[in-house]
Write a new protein. Structure first.
Length: 307
């Protein structure tokens, strides 16, 4: 079975964890061990990942440098894609049999210049702040900020992905037996102008939306989203919370999920299931093998008998 697996940025750097190289290395080694079980079971794997904490850290570093040297978000997206892709590639090489072909591909993804997301920043990136600090950053750095749980974070535009421009390269490498790491951090957002020229966009595409599009375009059999929560919950965080183990797009689309966390994953799962007829699933990184086997996580499929 061909699986597209999307690793959440918070699964690679957990909430509240210091963004040190050693912490990220340990989490990525943990992720590689979980993914290696899928390959050992005979599945073909294409991998994508989030970059919210990492691209935010790069943005902070860029802001601390010379004023005229600060890099735009599309360049930081590319930088984080190479950074995380390298670490994943290295740890997968350590976890998989010698000779396994692995390649990280910087991935340009088209977005619409007229997407309303550009006027309504919503994608959280970077570190968490208290409300006072966040409001100060809004004034001193011109950032848009918003609550994220009990804390505050910078938010940036998150337009919908329209087309993955490197998809033919992904398919060619996959057919040759290569485990491809691509569309990391939602890919690099680019816009085509009236003259047909491409330009970077100041945005961060949601990695689950990009992952669903990737899985759809390369005709994957299964779309797997791995995060730091073991399943999709109704009434999450309350005394009434209940895990959904098997469900359908119809059921999920009647419910409300947090816009900055589970909401995009649920939308991506529904999109993939509806557009392809194949299943999607959401769950914890360490449960990857069990989720694919239907023993953990939340499975979303259009023909679910429980719907």
């Amino acid at each position: 079975m061909h699986i597209v697996a999307a690793l959440g940025g918070n699964a690679l750097l957990r909430r509240g964890e210091a963004p040190t190289p050693s912490a990220q290395q340990a989490n990525i080694a943990h992720a590689a061990a979980a993914l290696a079980k899928l390959v050992a079971a005979g599945h073909r794997l294409t991998l994508t990942h989030g970059n919210g904490p990492q691209v935010g850290l790069l943005a902070l570093q860029a802001e601390a440098g010379p004023k005229d040297a600060a890099q735009p978000l599309d360049s930081l997206d590319a930088e984080s894609e190479g950074w995380i892709g390298y670490l994943l590639e290295q740890e997968l090489a350590n976890a998989l049999p010698p000779g396994t072909e692995i390649a990280t591909l910087l991935t340009r993804i088209e977005v619409d210049a007229n997407d309303p997301a550009f006027a309504a920043p919503s994608k959280p990136i970077g570190a968490v702040f208290d409300e006072i600090t966040a409001r100060e950053l809004r004034v001193t750095r011109g950032w848009a900020v918003a609550p994220d749980g009990t804390a505050w974070r910078r938010v940036v535009p998150s337009p919908a992905p329209v087309a993955i421009l490197n998809v033919a390269s992904v398919e060619q490498l996959t057919r040759a037996g290569t485990l491809v790491i691509c569309a990391g951090g939602g890919g690099i957002p680019v816009i085509r102008d009236g003259a047909g020229k491409w330009h970077g966009a100041e945005a961060v595409i949601d990695k689950d939306a990009a992952g669903a599009l990737l899985a759809e375009q390369i005709r994957a059999d299964f779309f797997l989203m791995l995060t730091d929560v073991d399943a999709v919950y109704l009434d999450y965080g309350t005394e009434r919370q209940a895990a959904l183990r098997k469900t359908s797009p119809r059921v999920l689309q009647e419910k409300d999920f947090a816009a900055g966390s589970m909401g995009p994953k649920v939308q991506a799962a529904c999109r993939f299931a509806q557009n392809t007829g194949n299943p999607a699933a959401i769950g914890r990184m360490e449960d990857a093998w069990a989720i694919v086997g239907g023993q953990a996580g939340t499975l979303v499929r259009i023909d679910d008998p429980h719907s």
